[in-house]
Design a protein around this ligand. Structure first.
Ligand code: TUI
Length: 313
């Protein structure tokens, strides 16, 4: 039985968090992951606070287990979303794209755990000082917005830099990778891409099929300096690359990206939608219930860790 500090901190059976993916991480997926003993999260993204509240209320009807909300700090509704999280007594938030520092005292007062995503050691140290309960160290193998460092290089540096439990994200889809990040000092994992293909995930089936079809080099970074986004290759990414070749401005590149994530998730537009997915997309082989995904990862990780003892002869 793999038990870590993250299990105790979050009152969960398995130290597996589901990525709080905007548009993708809805109540159904979050509830399924939590019900299976991991931590499910609603991805607030840019949604208005009342939409987030409805999602929270829906999860509460589906599971009595702990779950969280991912708060996206570039959203125009951050303040309102934090109020809703407080009012609805959500047990934990993960945060992305910004510094949750100013909200931490209020959240902690109410017993809400705060787990920021970090993509640099400096930010990790700052988040520890600010009062975070744990950190998510996200490597650039992940889908969506990426940092500069790989999980392999970045994770141990964060583990060494802070005393908080560290959760690894980016490039992890199976039990072998989960075992590896535990060996590197992580106390848990956050997975996004594998959960896109959970049976309970409400994304359009075209999106799931695109992940299932992806090959090893099926993702590409789009964007510009400091704002890279990993997505599956398609017509959109080819048009994007053409624009870059033509010397398009950042504003023109931004314009091509508007509304594309929604188009992929809701409309199933696999040509011109933004199919955010990590480098492990090629490792996702089938659509399975979240419970099966979690059980499989735990079982394999346990086997791998047991097997590793043989290395000692
Ligand atoms: O946020 C992500 N990944 C994402 S966001 C996204 S797209 C989206 N679209 C519509 C609505 C909402 C989202 C796709 N992928 N990862 C977490 C992350 N956060 N990575 C890096 C950071 C980060 C960056 C800067 C965290 C803190 C930070 O702080 C800067 C500072 O010092 O204030």
């Amino acid at each position: 039985m793999i038990k870590t500090k993250v299990c105790d901190l979050l009152q969960i059976k398995h130290p597996i968090l589901q990525g709080g993916m905007a548009w993708v991480a809805t109540a159904e997926l979050a509830a399924a992951v939590s019900e299976a003993g991991g931590l499910g999260l609603i991805g607030a993204g840019n949604a208005p606070a009342e939409v987030v509240r409805q999602q929270i209320l829906q999860v509460k009807t589906l599971t009595k287990k702990p779950f969280g909300v991912n708060v996206y700090y570039l959203s125009p509704f951050v303040e309102e979303v934090i109020e809703v999280v407080l009012e609805e007594e959500v047990q934990v938030i993960t945060t992305g794209a910004g510094n949750p520092g100013k909200h931490i005292p209020k959240l902690k007062e109410r017993g809400i755990k705060v787990i920021p995503v970090v993509s640099s050691v400096a930010l990790a140290k700052r988040m520890e000082k600010t009062g975070a309960d744990a950190l998510i160290a996200e490597g650039m193998e992940c889908g969506g917005h990426v940092g500069a460092l790989t999980t392999m290089a970045f994770l141990p540096q964060v583990v060494d830099a802070v005393d908080l439990p560290v959760i690894a994200a980016g490039g992890i889809a199976d039990g072998r990778q989960f075992a590896a990040i535990l060996c590197m000092g992580a106390q848990g994992v956050q997975m996004g891409t594998r959960f896109i293909c959970a049976a309970e995930c409400t994304v359009h089936d075209n999106y799931k099929q695109a992940v299932l079809k992806a090959k090893d080099r099926g993702t590409v970074l789009t964007g510009y300096s400091g704002h890279y986004v990993r997505v599956l290759k398609n017509k959109l990414t080819r048009e994007y690359q053409n624009l870059i070749k033509e010397g398009a401005s950042e504003a023109e590149l931004e314009k091509l990206g508007i509304g594309r994530l929604r188009a992929a998730v809701v409309d199933g537009d696999v040509q011109m939608g933004s199919l955010m997915a990590g480098q492990v997309a090629a490792m996702v082989k089938k659509i399975q219930p979240a419970e099966e995904i979690i059980e499989e990862i735990i079982t394999v990780a346990e086997q791998v860790l047991q097997e590793s003892r043989k290395l000692f002869g």
